[in-house]
Design a protein around this ligand. Structure first.
Ligand code: R5P
Length: 303
């Protein structure tokens, strides 16, 4: 097995390679003055099973183009099997038509990836459980929840969190299964509640309108992705209005679009824990942010 990385998340790629006892294969990715990319596989990949790691995040178009060219180079140069590790699958939230006249961006991405010859795909916490059904190649749908469960248990052990004060919160109705699963992973000892959210599809404005269930002193909001941070801030404000005193967040994918890092740092949220499915550039990091790694989950899946 050979493992290669695109430019989106080399830190995670290196961690995965180390965990499976390999080093990253040599792949040149250069950019012409007009911003077009050129990709060249330097290593011999003939008849090899190749693992390619690339996420998308804040620059989906750049990293998808890079990915398409990498897949093409690997196939043209004789790779016999390609496993794509795409920890965050960009465009997944556009998985159906929300308003008349829209296209389905995720379907375009899947068609391109399959056309370029991926044999298998590994991804994390997809926005909807229906997404795996859209692929025609085998997909391993992994989750960062076990890493978050471990983190919560550690915080309970260190007395940072008091188990009797805790409640898990889904910030929208679509995420209830996520908090239910996390609660199960915690031995059913931490209850969960959900929030009903309204999103204006034209303006992007978000309002958390109603809490279903009992709020406790310490709320851990669990989400799949943080983009603008508006969902979390709105949910946190509603929870505090309803009696919560400490708000934590655990989310798999930290995109931190636009001013998200600034808004989250100045919000009432105490700590935001995300996984490393996306690499967070220095200018989007902030004091309340902590990153936990999913590298060993990917390495185990590859082994
Ligand atoms: C929505 O359904 C997702 O689960 C996230 O809650 C949402 O995409 C987060 O977006 P933002 O950070 O922009 O509110």
């Amino acid at each position: 097995m050979l493992i290669f990385s695109g430019n989106s998340n080399r830190i995670l790629s290196k961690k995965i390679a180390t965990e499976i006892g390999l080093s990253l294969g040599e792949l040149e990715i250069s950019t012409f003055p007009d911003n077009e990319n050129r990709v060249r596989v330097v290593e011999d990949v003939v008849d090899q099973h190749v693992v390619l790691v690339q996420s998308t995040g804040i620059s989906p178009n750049l990293y998808y183009m890079e990915l398409f060219f990498m897949l093409d180079s690997l196939r043209r140069n004789g790779a016999s099997e390609i496993t794509l590790v795409i920890p965050y699958l960009g465009y997944q939230r556009q998985d159906h038509i929300f308003r008349d006249g829209e296209g389905v961006s995720l379907e375009v991405i899947i068609k391109l990836l399959e056309h370029l010859g991926i044999d298998r795909i590994i991804s994390f916490d997809l926005h909807s459980i229906k997404i795996p059904e859209l692929f025609h190649v085998p997909i391993s749908h992994l989750s960062a929840l076990p890493v978050f469960a471990k983190k919560i248990n550690g915080m309970i052990k260190d007395k940072v969190l008091m188990i009797n004060d805790l409640v898990l919160v889904s910030p929208d109705m679509g995420g209830i299964r996520r908090v239910e699963l996390l609660s199960e992973m915690l031995g059913g000892k931490v209850p969960y509640i959900s929030i009903e959210k309204d999103r204006d599809l034209d303006s992007g404005e978000i309002e958390s309108v109603k809490i279903n269930g009992d709020v406790k002193k310490t709320a851990i909001i669990v989400d799949d992705v943080i983009s603008t941070g508006k969902t979390l801030i709105s949910a946190a404000n509603l929870l505090v209005k309803n009696g919560a005193e400490n708000i934590y967040v655990m989310a798999t994918h930290g995109i931190f679009a636009g001013e998200a890092s600034i808004s989250l740092q100045s919000s009432i949220i105490k700590k935001i824990i995300v996984s490393d499915t996306l690499e967070i550039p220095q200018n989007r990091k902030f004091d309340k942010l902590e990153v936990v790694s999913v590298a060993s989950l990917i390495a185990n899946e590859l082994k």
